[in-house]
Ligand binder design. Structure first.
Ligand SMILES: NC(=O)c1ccc[n+]([C@@H]2O[C@H](COP(=O)([O-])OP(=O)(O)OC[C@H]3O[C@@H](n4cnc5c(N)ncnc54)[C@H](OP(=O)(O)O)[C@@H]3O)[C@@H](O)[C@H]2O)c1
Length: 268
Protein backbone atom coordinates (compact mmCIF):
# COMPACT_ATOMS: atom_id res chain seq x y z
CA UNK A 1 0.00 0.00 0.00
CA UNK A 2 1.32 3.48 -0.77
CA UNK A 3 2.09 6.01 1.95
CA UNK A 4 -0.86 8.19 2.99
CA UNK A 5 -0.68 11.90 2.16
CA UNK A 6 -2.59 13.02 5.28
CA UNK A 7 0.51 14.67 6.73
CA UNK A 8 1.66 16.10 3.40
CA UNK A 9 1.34 19.71 4.53
CA UNK A 10 4.27 19.15 6.92
CA UNK A 11 6.50 18.47 3.92
CA UNK A 12 6.24 22.13 2.98
CA UNK A 13 8.13 23.04 6.20
CA UNK A 14 11.83 23.92 6.12
CA UNK A 15 12.71 23.50 9.80
CA UNK A 16 16.38 22.70 10.37
CA UNK A 17 17.40 23.77 6.84
CA UNK A 18 19.99 26.38 5.85
CA UNK A 19 19.13 28.52 2.81
CA UNK A 20 21.36 30.90 0.89
CA UNK A 21 19.51 33.61 -1.06
CA UNK A 22 21.47 36.00 -3.28
CA UNK A 23 20.14 39.48 -3.94
CA UNK A 24 18.03 39.26 -0.80
CA UNK A 25 18.18 42.92 0.22
CA UNK A 26 15.04 43.98 -1.68
CA UNK A 27 12.45 42.97 -4.27
CA UNK A 28 11.88 39.31 -5.12
CA UNK A 29 14.93 38.05 -3.20
CA UNK A 30 13.71 39.72 -0.01
CA UNK A 31 10.23 38.15 -0.34
CA UNK A 32 11.79 34.74 -1.04
CA UNK A 33 14.10 35.05 1.99
CA UNK A 34 11.19 36.09 4.22
CA UNK A 35 9.09 33.20 2.91
CA UNK A 36 11.80 30.58 3.48
CA UNK A 37 12.49 31.86 7.01
CA UNK A 38 8.76 31.91 7.73
CA UNK A 39 8.64 28.23 6.70
CA UNK A 40 11.37 27.45 9.26
CA UNK A 41 14.70 27.80 7.45
CA UNK A 42 17.74 29.57 8.82
CA UNK A 43 19.15 31.98 6.27
CA UNK A 44 22.25 33.40 4.69
CA UNK A 45 21.37 36.56 2.80
CA UNK A 46 23.59 38.21 0.23
CA UNK A 47 23.68 41.54 -1.59
CA UNK A 48 26.31 44.21 -2.17
CA UNK A 49 25.25 46.70 0.51
CA UNK A 50 26.13 45.66 4.07
CA UNK A 51 23.99 48.29 5.80
CA UNK A 52 20.83 47.24 3.96
CA UNK A 53 21.59 43.56 4.55
CA UNK A 54 22.00 44.16 8.28
CA UNK A 55 18.59 45.89 8.40
CA UNK A 56 16.95 43.07 6.44
CA UNK A 57 18.59 40.42 8.65
CA UNK A 58 17.29 42.11 11.78
CA UNK A 59 13.78 42.44 10.37
CA UNK A 60 13.66 38.73 9.40
CA UNK A 61 15.03 37.65 12.80
CA UNK A 62 12.34 39.74 14.50
CA UNK A 63 9.57 38.48 12.20
CA UNK A 64 10.41 34.77 12.26
CA UNK A 65 12.81 33.99 15.13
CA UNK A 66 15.17 32.32 12.63
CA UNK A 67 18.95 32.76 12.52
CA UNK A 68 20.03 35.09 9.71
CA UNK A 69 23.62 35.62 8.57
CA UNK A 70 24.21 38.59 6.24
CA UNK A 71 27.20 38.18 3.88
CA UNK A 72 27.85 41.08 1.52
CA UNK A 73 29.59 40.59 -1.81
CA UNK A 74 29.23 40.98 -5.56
CA UNK A 75 28.28 37.60 -7.04
CA UNK A 76 29.76 38.79 -10.34
CA UNK A 77 33.20 38.59 -8.72
CA UNK A 78 34.60 35.06 -8.38
CA UNK A 79 36.60 35.89 -5.22
CA UNK A 80 33.38 37.16 -3.57
CA UNK A 81 31.58 33.96 -4.53
CA UNK A 82 34.36 31.83 -3.01
CA UNK A 83 34.29 34.00 0.16
CA UNK A 84 30.50 33.72 0.38
CA UNK A 85 30.48 29.93 0.19
CA UNK A 86 33.38 29.45 2.58
CA UNK A 87 31.76 31.84 5.08
CA UNK A 88 28.47 29.88 4.94
CA UNK A 89 30.25 26.55 5.39
CA UNK A 90 32.51 27.76 8.20
CA UNK A 91 29.59 29.33 10.12
CA UNK A 92 26.87 26.73 9.45
CA UNK A 93 28.69 23.66 8.09
CA UNK A 94 26.12 23.09 5.34
CA UNK A 95 23.91 24.55 2.63
CA UNK A 96 20.59 22.84 1.95
CA UNK A 97 18.89 25.36 -0.31
CA UNK A 98 20.44 27.81 -2.79
CA UNK A 99 18.36 30.51 -4.47
CA UNK A 100 20.19 32.24 -7.33
CA UNK A 101 18.16 35.42 -7.37
CA UNK A 102 20.67 38.30 -7.76
CA UNK A 103 20.11 39.79 -11.18
CA UNK A 104 20.57 42.95 -13.22
CA UNK A 105 19.39 44.20 -16.59
CA UNK A 106 20.62 46.80 -19.06
CA UNK A 107 18.00 47.62 -21.67
CA UNK A 108 19.19 48.86 -25.07
CA UNK A 109 18.55 48.18 -28.75
CA UNK A 110 20.51 45.20 -30.04
CA UNK A 111 21.94 47.31 -32.88
CA UNK A 112 23.86 49.40 -30.35
CA UNK A 113 24.24 47.04 -27.37
CA UNK A 114 27.62 47.60 -25.70
CA UNK A 115 30.10 44.78 -25.07
CA UNK A 116 30.69 45.88 -21.47
CA UNK A 117 26.95 45.75 -20.72
CA UNK A 118 26.70 42.31 -22.32
CA UNK A 119 29.57 41.06 -20.13
CA UNK A 120 28.12 42.57 -16.95
CA UNK A 121 24.56 41.31 -17.51
CA UNK A 122 25.56 37.78 -18.53
CA UNK A 123 28.28 37.78 -15.84
CA UNK A 124 25.85 38.36 -12.96
CA UNK A 125 22.76 36.55 -14.29
CA UNK A 126 24.41 33.47 -15.80
CA UNK A 127 28.09 32.96 -15.02
CA UNK A 128 27.81 33.92 -11.35
CA UNK A 129 24.73 31.74 -10.85
CA UNK A 130 26.49 28.74 -12.41
CA UNK A 131 29.70 29.04 -10.39
CA UNK A 132 27.89 29.70 -7.11
CA UNK A 133 25.76 26.63 -7.83
CA UNK A 134 28.90 24.64 -8.60
CA UNK A 135 30.44 25.57 -5.21
CA UNK A 136 27.24 24.91 -3.25
CA UNK A 137 26.48 21.72 -5.19
CA UNK A 138 29.94 20.42 -4.42
CA UNK A 139 29.28 20.94 -0.71
CA UNK A 140 25.87 19.25 -0.97
CA UNK A 141 27.41 16.26 -2.78
CA UNK A 142 30.35 15.96 -0.35
CA UNK A 143 28.02 15.97 2.63
CA UNK A 144 25.59 13.54 0.91
CA UNK A 145 22.60 15.45 2.27
CA UNK A 146 20.86 16.21 -1.02
CA UNK A 147 19.71 19.74 -1.65
CA UNK A 148 17.63 22.22 -3.61
CA UNK A 149 18.74 24.79 -6.15
CA UNK A 150 16.25 27.40 -7.36
CA UNK A 151 17.25 29.65 -10.23
CA UNK A 152 15.25 32.82 -10.74
CA UNK A 153 14.61 32.94 -14.48
CA UNK A 154 12.31 35.16 -16.52
CA UNK A 155 9.68 35.20 -19.24
CA UNK A 156 12.72 36.08 -21.37
CA UNK A 157 14.06 32.56 -20.72
CA UNK A 158 11.56 31.35 -23.29
CA UNK A 159 10.01 34.20 -25.30
CA UNK A 160 11.43 37.15 -27.19
CA UNK A 161 11.01 40.63 -25.73
CA UNK A 162 12.64 43.73 -27.22
CA UNK A 163 15.89 45.46 -26.14
CA UNK A 164 17.08 42.87 -23.61
CA UNK A 165 19.28 40.55 -25.71
CA UNK A 166 21.98 40.01 -23.04
CA UNK A 167 19.41 39.48 -20.27
CA UNK A 168 17.46 37.02 -22.46
CA UNK A 169 20.64 35.15 -23.38
CA UNK A 170 21.54 34.89 -19.69
CA UNK A 171 18.10 33.84 -18.49
CA UNK A 172 17.64 31.40 -21.39
CA UNK A 173 21.11 30.02 -20.66
CA UNK A 174 20.31 29.69 -16.97
CA UNK A 175 17.19 27.70 -17.86
CA UNK A 176 19.39 25.25 -19.81
CA UNK A 177 21.87 25.13 -16.90
CA UNK A 178 18.89 24.28 -14.67
CA UNK A 179 17.95 21.32 -16.87
CA UNK A 180 21.56 20.13 -17.24
CA UNK A 181 22.22 20.16 -13.49
CA UNK A 182 18.85 18.56 -12.77
CA UNK A 183 19.90 15.56 -14.83
CA UNK A 184 23.50 15.51 -13.59
CA UNK A 185 22.70 15.85 -9.89
CA UNK A 186 19.48 13.82 -9.61
CA UNK A 187 21.48 10.79 -8.39
CA UNK A 188 22.71 12.93 -5.45
CA UNK A 189 19.12 13.84 -4.46
CA UNK A 190 19.67 17.44 -5.49
CA UNK A 191 16.68 18.99 -7.27
CA UNK A 192 17.39 21.95 -9.55
CA UNK A 193 14.42 24.02 -10.70
CA UNK A 194 13.64 27.47 -12.02
CA UNK A 195 11.02 30.07 -11.19
CA UNK A 196 10.01 32.34 -14.06
CA UNK A 197 8.52 35.55 -12.69
CA UNK A 198 6.31 37.58 -15.01
CA UNK A 199 6.17 41.35 -14.49
CA UNK A 200 6.75 42.15 -10.81
CA UNK A 201 6.70 45.51 -9.12
CA UNK A 202 10.35 45.95 -7.98
CA UNK A 203 13.13 48.47 -8.51
CA UNK A 204 14.33 46.42 -11.49
CA UNK A 205 11.13 47.12 -13.42
CA UNK A 206 10.58 50.68 -12.18
CA UNK A 207 11.34 52.26 -15.58
CA UNK A 208 8.77 49.98 -17.27
CA UNK A 209 6.15 50.68 -14.60
CA UNK A 210 6.51 54.42 -15.17
CA UNK A 211 6.35 54.90 -18.93
CA UNK A 212 4.22 53.86 -21.92
CA UNK A 213 5.35 50.23 -21.54
CA UNK A 214 3.13 49.91 -18.46
CA UNK A 215 0.04 49.91 -20.75
CA UNK A 216 1.67 47.29 -23.00
CA UNK A 217 2.31 45.08 -19.96
CA UNK A 218 -1.11 45.56 -18.37
CA UNK A 219 -2.94 44.73 -21.62
CA UNK A 220 -1.13 41.38 -21.79
CA UNK A 221 -1.48 40.10 -18.21
CA UNK A 222 -4.67 38.05 -17.90
CA UNK A 223 -4.71 38.71 -14.11
CA UNK A 224 -4.76 42.44 -14.97
CA UNK A 225 -2.21 43.45 -12.36
CA UNK A 226 1.54 43.45 -11.81
CA UNK A 227 2.91 40.75 -9.53
CA UNK A 228 3.87 41.81 -6.01
CA UNK A 229 7.03 40.21 -4.50
CA UNK A 230 4.94 38.20 -2.02
CA UNK A 231 3.27 36.45 -5.00
CA UNK A 232 6.57 34.62 -5.60
CA UNK A 233 7.23 33.33 -2.09
CA UNK A 234 4.90 30.31 -2.26
CA UNK A 235 6.61 28.93 -5.37
CA UNK A 236 10.00 29.31 -3.67
CA UNK A 237 8.84 27.52 -0.50
CA UNK A 238 7.40 24.67 -2.57
CA UNK A 239 10.57 24.18 -4.67
CA UNK A 240 12.77 24.46 -1.54
CA UNK A 241 10.79 21.91 0.43
CA UNK A 242 10.53 18.10 0.54
CA UNK A 243 7.05 18.53 -1.03
CA UNK A 244 8.85 18.91 -4.39
CA UNK A 245 11.35 16.05 -3.99
CA UNK A 246 10.21 14.39 -7.26
CA UNK A 247 10.22 17.66 -9.23
CA UNK A 248 13.44 18.60 -11.00
CA UNK A 249 14.52 20.45 -14.14
CA UNK A 250 11.23 22.38 -14.27
CA UNK A 251 10.38 26.03 -14.68
CA UNK A 252 7.44 27.25 -12.62
CA UNK A 253 6.15 30.46 -14.20
CA UNK A 254 4.50 32.87 -11.79
CA UNK A 255 3.14 35.42 -14.23
CA UNK A 256 -0.58 36.10 -13.73
CA UNK A 257 -1.26 34.00 -16.85
CA UNK A 258 1.00 36.02 -19.19
CA UNK A 259 2.52 33.05 -21.03
CA UNK A 260 -0.72 31.16 -21.48
CA UNK A 261 -2.62 34.19 -22.77
CA UNK A 262 -3.41 33.89 -26.49
CA UNK A 263 -2.89 37.60 -27.06
CA UNK A 264 0.49 38.25 -25.47
CA UNK A 265 2.09 39.05 -28.82
CA UNK A 266 -0.41 41.59 -30.00
CA UNK A 267 -2.45 42.57 -26.98
CA UNK A 268 -5.60 42.44 -29.16
N1 LIG B 1 10.97 42.17 -11.20
C1 LIG B 1 10.60 41.41 -12.22
O1 LIG B 1 9.56 41.67 -12.84
C2 LIG B 1 11.41 40.23 -12.63
C3 LIG B 1 10.92 39.45 -13.69
C4 LIG B 1 11.63 38.34 -14.09
C5 LIG B 1 12.80 38.00 -13.44
N2 LIG B 1 13.26 38.78 -12.42
C6 LIG B 1 14.50 38.35 -11.77
O2 LIG B 1 14.31 38.29 -10.38
C7 LIG B 1 15.54 38.55 -9.72
C8 LIG B 1 15.31 39.65 -8.69
O3 LIG B 1 14.88 40.81 -9.38
P1 LIG B 1 14.20 42.05 -8.64
O4 LIG B 1 13.15 42.53 -9.55
O5 LIG B 1 13.88 41.72 -7.24
O6 LIG B 1 15.42 43.08 -8.72
P2 LIG B 1 15.88 44.24 -7.71
O7 LIG B 1 14.73 44.81 -6.98
O8 LIG B 1 16.74 45.14 -8.53
O9 LIG B 1 16.79 43.45 -6.65
C9 LIG B 1 17.99 42.87 -7.07
C10 LIG B 1 18.70 42.30 -5.87
O10 LIG B 1 19.94 41.73 -6.31
C11 LIG B 1 21.03 42.34 -5.62
N3 LIG B 1 22.14 42.37 -6.55
C12 LIG B 1 22.20 42.97 -7.76
N4 LIG B 1 23.40 42.74 -8.33
C13 LIG B 1 24.11 41.99 -7.46
C14 LIG B 1 25.39 41.44 -7.47
N5 LIG B 1 26.23 41.62 -8.51
N6 LIG B 1 25.80 40.70 -6.41
C15 LIG B 1 24.98 40.50 -5.34
N7 LIG B 1 23.74 41.00 -5.28
C16 LIG B 1 23.31 41.74 -6.32
C17 LIG B 1 20.50 43.71 -5.19
O11 LIG B 1 21.13 44.21 -4.03
P3 LIG B 1 22.37 45.26 -4.10
O12 LIG B 1 22.04 46.23 -5.20
O13 LIG B 1 22.42 45.87 -2.75
O14 LIG B 1 23.55 44.41 -4.40
C18 LIG B 1 19.06 43.34 -4.83
O15 LIG B 1 19.01 42.75 -3.55
C19 LIG B 1 16.55 38.89 -10.81
O16 LIG B 1 17.29 37.75 -11.15
C20 LIG B 1 15.66 39.30 -11.96
O17 LIG B 1 16.29 39.11 -13.21
C21 LIG B 1 12.60 39.88 -12.00
Amino acid sequence: MSESAFGMIDRFRLDGKVSLVTGASRGLGLAIAEGLAGAGSDLVINGRNRTTLDEVAESIRRGTGRKVLPVEGDVGDSDSVARLVSKVLSEWGRIDILVNNAGINVRADSATYRVEDWDRVTGVNLKAAFFLTQACGRAMIERSRGGKVINILSLASSIGLPAIAAYAAAKGGLMQVTKTLAVEWAPYHIQVNGIGPGFFRTSLTEPVQKDHRNNWVMRRIPAKRWGEPIDLAGAAIYLASPASDYVTGQVLYVDGGFLCGSDWRTGD
